[in-house]
Design a protein around this ligand. Structure first.
Ligand code: COA
Ligand code: ZN
Length: 298
């Protein structure tokens, strides 16, 4: 058994970026196909304001109707109200979002970083800490504020650790990170917080997504987010585009012998179905080219 864990974020990061309404039935069908492929953790939706992200206003129904066997179901939340709604819907855990960048945090969730930390403190009073993951948006840079020093990230991790939280996702919201930066940030954060668990949430906006997965893996990261077909992005960040593609990531990790328990063929079929539902060509590459081990008649 390998120790790499992939969290699929199609239902949340993937769908939140889609302007055309995706029917609830279609959302459930896609998420169920991903669960059926053996992906063990699913961020299925978010409990945010329906005015901010109308696409995910069916969060409660999605959670109640997906196939929940042998899988951890997660929802993203921005505040106390979101956490209450998610727990009421009986998700297994919540992913609370907070951006390192003041500007992006304000545009995304209308709060200063201090206010968000206050909100997280409130959430931690009624939620077990093992059920809370914190996604640190814009960890590797912000489209409004540029790149920053790892110290800025470290300071926020320190404040959250002080309230007993130790699960963090370093999120490259708009695909600004390069592999050397991932190596440097992960090395520094892991050595400063040896008891914390860090995962990576990467976007392929500038073509560095899988290189960054590899850089993170080399530094000991074992948890990666990805979305089917490479869809997704933050509607509140200019130039945002797709997550690292789920099936492309699985394909690479399979070739490296560092992932098991996932049926890649099922994911490719699900991605083709998603393409039919969305009605445009998805960025995923393996769904078009096939596996590198597929051979053709000469
Ligand atoms: N779920 C549903 N409704 C919510 C909510 C939540 N988690 N949080 C607040 N609301 C509602 C309030 O009840 C209130 O409703 P009303 O107008 O009917 O009284 C309204 O939203 C405004 O509440 P307020 O607390 O003042 O929120 P805000 O206007 O400052 O917006 C957020 C803050 C966080 C709710 C909003 O910015 C948001 O949902 N952002 C999410 C962005 C996102 O999903 N980004 C992509 C993922 S990273
Ligand atoms: Zn994202």
């Amino acid at each position: 058994m390998t120790d790499t864990v992939i969290t699929d974020v199609t239902g949340r990061d993937g769908f939140q970026m889609e302007k055309e309404w995706i029917g609830t039935e279609d959302k459930i069908k896609i998420i169920n196909s991903i669960i059926d492929s053996g992906i063990p953790r699913i961020e299925a939706t978010s409990f945010v304001s329906p005015k901010a992200v109308p696409q995910l206003k069916d969060a409660k129904e999605v959670i109640s109707r997906i196939n929940r066997r042998d899988v951890e179901i997660i929802a993203l939340v921005p505040n106390v109200k979101g956490a209450e709604r998610a727990l009421e819907a009986e998700v297994d855990s919540i992913n609370v979002v907070l951006s390192i960048s003041e500007t992006h945090n304000m545009k995304n969730i209308n709060k200063t970083v201090d206010q968000s930390i206050q909100e997280i403190t409130e959430i931690s009073k009624f939620t077990e800490s093992e059920k809370i993951n914190i996604s640190l948006g814009t960890t590797f840079g912000c489209p409004f504020e540029g790149l920053y020093d790892v110290q800025k990230v470290s300071e926020i991790v320190r404040r959250l650790s002080a309230i007993g939280l130790n699960r963090f996702t370093l999120a490259d919201t708009t695909g600004m990170a390069s592999p050397f930066q991932v190596t440097f940030f992960v090395k520094r954060l892991k050595s400063a917080y040896p008891d914390a668990e860090f995962g990576l949430h990467l976007h392929n906006t500038r073509g560095m997504g899988l290189a960054n997965v590899y850089a993170g893996y080399q530094e000991g990261i074992r948890q990666f987010d990805a979305a089917l077909g490479g869809i997704g992005g933050c509607p509140f960040a200019p130039g945002a585009s797709g997550n690292v593609c789920l099936e492309d990531t699985v394909h690479m990790l399979h070739l490296m012998n560092i992932l098991d328990g996932v049926d890649l063929q099922k994911l490719i079929e699900a991605s083709r179905e998603l393409e039919r539902i969305l009605g445009y060509q998805l960025p995923g590459q393996v769904m078009k080219a096939g596996l590198s081990t597929d051979t053709h008649i000469a």
